[in-house]
Design a protein around this ligand. Structure first.
Ligand code: RB5
Length: 143
């Protein structure tokens, strides 16, 4: 079984979620999907809460997608232990891991293209947390 990644979206991120999920499965990841499962309107905080709590409990990494990425990031960051980062290019995806130890990647399904999203996901999943003292200290001050 491959490395576990969890993914979720609202209706605004549904199409991109399905695309990224298929890409991750094809790449050998074990993907747990927290919905939504079609394009009918749902409330993004419900998905963010369920997935975020699971990420904290299991110490995993997750991807949340809504239309703009903003709602998911605001909602997920309310959960203790979650550091959700809305990323729109490869460089910020890398920094969100190295410097901010992001454990959830948020994407704006209506704002970025599929190919860019795929690259961001790749960079994000393949970058680790920097253990440099200054970053550890700053992360420690968040909670
Ligand atoms: C839904 O229309 C939209 O508001 C939602 O997907 C997201 O963009 C919120 O931040």
């Amino acid at each position: 079984m491959g490395r576990e990644v969890v993914i979720g979206s609202d209706h605004g991120g549904y199409e991109l979620k399905e695309y990224i999920k298929e890409y991750l499965v094809d790449s050998g990841y074990s993907v747990k999907d927290f919905g939504t499962y079609n394009s009918n309107p749902v409330d993004y905080p419900d998905i963010a809460k369920e997935l975020g709590e699971y990420v904290v409990e299991k110490n995993l990494e997750g991807i949340l997608i809504c239309g703009a990425g903003i709602g998911m990031s605001i909602a997920a960051n309310k959960i203790t232990g979650i550091r959700a980062a809305l990323c729109y290019n490869n460089y910020i995806a890398k920094l969100s891991k190295l410097h901010n130890h992001a454990n959830i990647l948020c994407l704006g399904g209506r704002l970025i293209g599929k190919e860019l999203a795929k690259e961001i996901v790749d960079v994000w999943l393949n970058t680790g947390f920097s253990k440099e003292e200054r970053h550890m200290r700053r992360i420690g001050k968040i909670e």
